[in-house]
Write a protein that binds this ligand. Structure first.
Ligand SMILES: [Zn+2]
Length: 245
């Protein structure tokens, strides 16, 4: 049997991979890919508003709840592995050790593509900080002089997640991924994120709107199943093609 194809998702907080990439994870997992998710933090400080409103809430308790939610969501999506760096959030204390750790994960996973956050986000600095880390780790993992003798990383494409307010983040999609066939899985994963119930309908609407745009951009070919839900991404590196169709 041929080795499974692999992909890597790097999420700043526990729920980001759900809102922004759950469809991509489920879709590739369904097609036999091994999708590894790295969660730098569980978003206990900054992205767990509902849980903090409960009486007696503590940082440890919320971290445990968010870990359980993220693991449930990863399971629903058929992810190969969820790797938790278990860092503090708001802000993420990213240093050389964390960057090397992620480079090691990249070398182990050898992903064909990597998903992470937009390069800018004035509302949530943890998100672009994560992306900056991913670029550094990708560069290190490609370097022959880092841990010589190991298999180096190739040149995986980077796809940047859709941020909450795209215009402020200088983010413009060039890729619409049809996630209609796995939408129910994405919705179930969204519902697993109890700490941020206020975002459930928001990200359902986003998926429907991107689905509508995917229909318009695909020219509505007869016979093709219409796209109902989509995820949008902004790619970073040039694609190597031999024809332009
Ligand atoms: Zn986040």
């Amino acid at each position: 049997m041929a080795e499974a194809k692999t992909a890597l998702v790097v999420s700043a907080h526990a729920a980001d991979f759900v809102w922004r990439a759950a469809g991509a994870i489920a879709l590739h997992a369904k097609a036999g890919w091994q999708v590894t998710i790295v969660c730098l933090s569980f978003g206990a400080r900054g992205e767990s508003a509902n849980l903090w409103r409960k009486p007696g809430a503590t940082l440890e308790g919320i971290n445990a709840s968010r870990r359980a939610e993220a693991e449930t969501a990863a399971k629903i999506l058929g992810a190969h592995e969820l790797i938790a760096f278990d860092m503090q959030d708001y802000p993420l204390p990213i240093g050389p050790a964390e960057i090397d750790h992620l480079a090691d994960v990249m070398r182990k996973v050898q992903p064909s593509f990597i998903l992470s956050h937009s390069m800018n986000d004035p509302y949530n600095v943890d998100h672009p900080d994560t992306t900056a880390m991913v670029f550094k780790s990708r560069m290190i993992a490609q370097a022959w002089g880092y841990k010589p003798g190991e298999k180096i990383l190739g040149a995986p494409q980077m796809y940047l997640f859709e941020p909450h307010q795209t215009e402020q983040c200088n983010w413009k999609p060039d890729t619409l991924l049809d996630i209609s066939s796995v939408w129910e899985q994405k919705l179930a994963a969204i519902h697993a994120m109890q700490g941020q119930e206020h975002l459930w309908s928001y990200y359902t609407n986003v998926a429907e709107q991107r689905g509508n745009q995917a229909r318009r951009n695909s020219g509505g070919q007869a016979g093709a199943k219409p796209v109902t839900h989509a995820e949008a991404y902004m790619s970073v590196f040039p694609r190597i093609v031999s024809t332009l169709d």
